[in-house]
Design a protein around this ligand. Structure first.
Ligand SMILES: Nc1ncnc2c1ncn2[C@@H]1O[C@H](COP(=O)(O)OP(=O)(O)O)[C@@H](O)[C@H]1O
Ligand code: SF4
Ligand SMILES: [Mg+2]
Length: 393
């Protein structure tokens, strides 16, 4: 996808130095690339089923980076693997819809082709995976075949999906992709065990971008890496997104890291989204007690360090039916009604902020100070300088 053919939202702000987040209010529904509605996933059947994802609504717009944050076990991976139909038994999609809106279909000449992901055949799914929607799985660092050279990994993907390419063209494309992620051509001759974790993760990212997909899903792509390499990869991903205009869903348990890359962040707890807001607003002025807890328990990216305070307790057992607010047992601000009434995810203020918490329904008289901070105009973290030569890590 060249920059000149980039989608509308990207053409408005195609520079990687453009610090303005794409606020949801400014996005048009015609810019949707993924729409998920009332989506639920269980593991197992009947009374003992683990209800891992519960009635989630989610949309991702063209060239937007949507971050999904939450502690381990909150349902992040289950949600995206189920939406992309990668989950296998005992996972059951127990309700909801997911649709992909793809730009300009060469075959029919239509502007937007809609793929109903829940009803698509395996054949149709195969035709869009890699080429339109690519996924870097949580275990990606071990995903490369240990007995294949890196060149063979690229060759396989390109051979399968780009039959028009000959061997030389495939090689040239592999070299181009490696350059995009800051790696030299000589890496193509290596085996995975000859590369560092950071280099293998870069190769996974290059493979994910090989066919110019419209949506890239990254599940904890930097979790196993050291902090410096994490920051370099985040910075490179921001550059690549700005250059090629793909939309991205970026999943991590590290909320502070997510603020560096996401335009908007959805926070998941016990299988539901409890807050969704533009990244800078969510970081500066959280509204849900769980978001506040996540921020207090991770080191700040910039400015003064604060004392790190973990969230006491543990998430509820998802095999039990949940009554009231699922965060109640750990919430320092719980109200009486939180024990019996489940707060819906509702818009609470301008700028596209949504929150599921009774403290914000207008009736609470004592809203804690920590949950009513003003939304500052702070910008996102400045991107780190892009590596111009081969990265060592
Ligand atoms: N194969 C499985 N069988 C039963 N429960 C599972 C299975 N895989 C995941 N779960 C449960 O589903 C919930 C969500 O898991 P997951 O989507 O992996 O969370 P996250 O990606 O946020 O860490 C967790 O409570 C987890 O224990
Ligand atoms: S609804 Fe109640 S228990 Fe849940 S987060 Fe809000 S105040 Fe806490
Ligand atoms: Mg996960």
């Amino acid at each position: 996808m060249s920059t000149s053919s980039a989608p509308r939202a990207l053409r408005q702000s195609a520079s990687s130095n453009d610090e303005v987040s794409i606020a949801p209010a400014a996005l048009e529904s015609s810019d949707l690339v993924l729409e998920v509605k009332d989506f639920s996933v269980d593991y197992g059947w009947g009374e003992r089923a683990v209800r891992a994802v519960r009635n989630v609504d989610l949309d991702v717009h063209r060239s937007q980076v949507l971050g999904i944050a939450g502690e381990s076990g909150s349902g992040k991976s289950t949600l995206v693997y189920a939406v992309t139909r990668l989950l296998r038994s005992p996972a059951v999609i127990s309700g909801g819809d997911a649709r992909l809106f793809l730009d300009a279909d060469k075959n029919t000449g239509s502007d937007v082709r809609t793929v109903d992901l829940m009803r698509a055949s395996e054949r149709e799914l195969r035709s869009i995976r890699w080429s339109q929607i690519s996924i870097v799985l949580q275990s990606a660092l071990n995903a490369l075949n240990p007995v294949l050279r890196i060149s063979a990994e690229f060759d396989e993907v390109l051979k399968t999906h780009r039959r028009d390419m000959n061997r030389h063209q495939r090689r040239a494309r592999a070299v181009e992709l490696l350059e995009l992620v800051g790696l030299n051509e000589d890496r193509l001759a290596r085996f995975p065990h000859e590369l560092s974790g950071g280099q293998r993760q870069r190769i996974m990212i290059a493979l994910a971008l090989a066919l110019d997909p419209q949506l890239v899903i990254m599940d904890e792509p930097t979790t196993a890496l050291d902090v410096v390499t994490q920051r370099e990869i985040i910075s490179e991903l921001r550059d690549l997104r700005a250059r090629f205009g793909f939309a991205m869903v970026f999943i991590t348990h590290d909320l502070a890291l997510l603020v560096e890359i996401a335009d908007e962040i959805a926070v998941m707890y016990a299988g539901t989204i409890v807050e969704r807001a533009p990244a800078a607003s969510l970081h500066d002025a959280p509204r849900h007690p769980y978001t506040l807890g996540l921020l207090n328990s991770s080191p700040p990216l910039h400015g003064k360090h604060h004392e790190l305070v973990g969230i006491p307790g543990s998430p509820p057992d998802l095999a039990q039916s949940l009554v009231g607010c699922s965060f109640r047992a750990r919430c320092p601000f719980a109200l009486e009604r939180c024990a019996s009434e489940t707060p819906p995810l509702v818009a609470i203020e301008d700028g596209g902020r949504m929150v599921a918490c009774w403290l914000h329904d207008g009736s609470a008289t004592n809203l804690p100070e920590a949950l009513r901070r003003e939304v500052s105009l702070s910008k996102r973290a400045a991107p780190q300088p892009r590596a111009t030569k081969e990265v060592g890590s």
